[in-house]
Design a binder for this molecule. Structure first.
Ligand code: SAM
Length: 371
């Protein structure tokens, strides 16, 4: 854990710092989904796995258990040489275990299949950014403006296409909200476990995307009513997503408020106001402005919550294929000090900082507005 050097305003705010790590707490269910990452270490691991899904191999072995390779080849209509190569790669990656010609899924991979949507999302998101890493690695490291101008990933995340609700903008935006929604489904569990929300009745999630974070919170805490603020196209997709994902008892507690969080109107103050993976998108000045705007809608005595990816520490871990999307946002991930100092300067108190280790480190900051 990188210790916060509590100085100046930040020191006066009495920050409490601690660390929570998925790797050290395997029994906690909010970290169980991390099992998928071990099968996505290299591109070829991801290719083999995606093909195993596409060819029906995973479903077959999940449904019917251990099967002889010749039988698999016959039943699924698979080329026997290709199947042999695929089985070899899957065995090396601990997806399969093999005895003679008999193959079956490993116990660990069967565990990972409980998070099948996340496996697919991680593969598809990494596939989406991999051409940028392949073609533009030097600009990624050394000339971020050039990287942004030429990369496909920044063409995908085009917030300027989220203002006018048109069929084209809805389709373009759906391509990336699919990724953010699935990642948030799993990331939110660690936040919900780490933050006491028992006395929260109203939540505003700023840049709340398709409402997935709000939905997960509402699922766990039946007293909460949530308002998701995001751009109009994203809110439109969010209404659709929420209506299709939860019973009316939960969906009716989530409202969408289409607005520009920099300058548009914001909902009336709430007990808890959150930014999840939003502030890193913005330069320092805008990030501070957004925190100021959030301050204005935290009711006196209420709290603000910030959950953000921390800078990558690549001395600690080898970059895996699954981490490709984190790598392309390398320059945008900041240490927590800017957030902590901005909160202290606005008069927030009881500023609590935790570092949460998921597939990479995250900052979780919660602070109270004095009553
Ligand atoms: C990186 S995504 C994170 C989304 C979500 N909080 C999550 O963790 O999945 C940033 C979000 O900020 C929203 N956003 C970007 N600019 C915005 C603006 N000016 N006003 C409102 N929302 C904005 C995007 O549409 C997107 O949903």
């Amino acid at each position: 854990m990188s210790l916060i050097h509590a100085t100046g305003e930040v020191a006066r705010a009495k920050i409490v710092a601690r660390v929570t790590t998925g790797r050290m707490m395997p029994a906690m269910s909010c970290f169980d989904h991390l099992v998928v990452n071990q099968f996505l270490a290299t591109e070829i691991d991801a290719r083999a796995l995606k093909s195993a899904f596409e060819l029906g191999l995973v479903n077959w072995l999940q449904d019917r258990g251990a099967t002889l390779l010749p039988e698999l080849s016959h039943e699924l209509g698979l080329n026997s040489v290709g199947l042999g190569a695929l089985a070899g790669m899957l065995e090396t990656n601990a997806v399969l275990v093999r005895s003679g010609d008999m193959v079956e899924l490993t116990h660990e991979f069967t565990r990972a299949l409980a998070f099948r949507d996340l496996l697919h999302t991680r593969i598809d998101f990494a596939d989406c950014v991999w051409p940028d890493i392949h073609e533009l690695f030097t600009p990624l490291l050394n000339d971020v403006q050039q990287f942004m101008a030429r990369s496909r990933i920044f063409e995908l995340f085009r917030y300027d296409r989220c203002f006018d609700v048109t069929p084209q903008n809805l389709e373009a935006t759906r391509l990336w909200t699919r990724f953010t929604t699935c990642l948030t489904k799993y990331e939110s569990a660690a936040v919900i476990a780490a933050v006491e929300m028992g006395n929260v009745e109203t939540l505003i999630d700023l840049g709340g995307n398709t409402g997935e974070f709000a939905l997960r919170i509402c699922e766990r805490l039946p007293r909460i009513r949530a308002t998701v603020v995001d751009l109009p196209v994203v809110c439109e997709l969010g209404r659709e997503h929420i209506a299709g994902s939860a019973p009316l008892s939960q969906t009716s507690r989530i409202d969408f408020h289409p607005s520009d969080i920099r300058s548009g109107d914001l909902p009336t103050p709430a007990d808890l106001v959150s930014f999840k993976s939003v502030l890193h998108d913005w330069p320092d000045r805008d990030a501070k402005l957004l925190i100021e705007r959030a301050h204005s809608i935290v009711r006196p005595g209420g709290r603000i919550m910030i959950f953000e990816r921390a800078p990558l520490d690549l001395r600690e871990r080898r970059v895996t294929y699954a981490m490709a999307p984190d790598l392309v946002f390398l320059h945008f991930l900041r240490p927590p000090e800017l957030y902590l100092e901005a909160l202290a300067a606005l008069g927030f108190v009881s500023i609590d900082y935790q570092r949460i280790e998921l597939e990479i480190g995250f900052h979780l900051i919660v602070a109270r507005r004095p009553a």
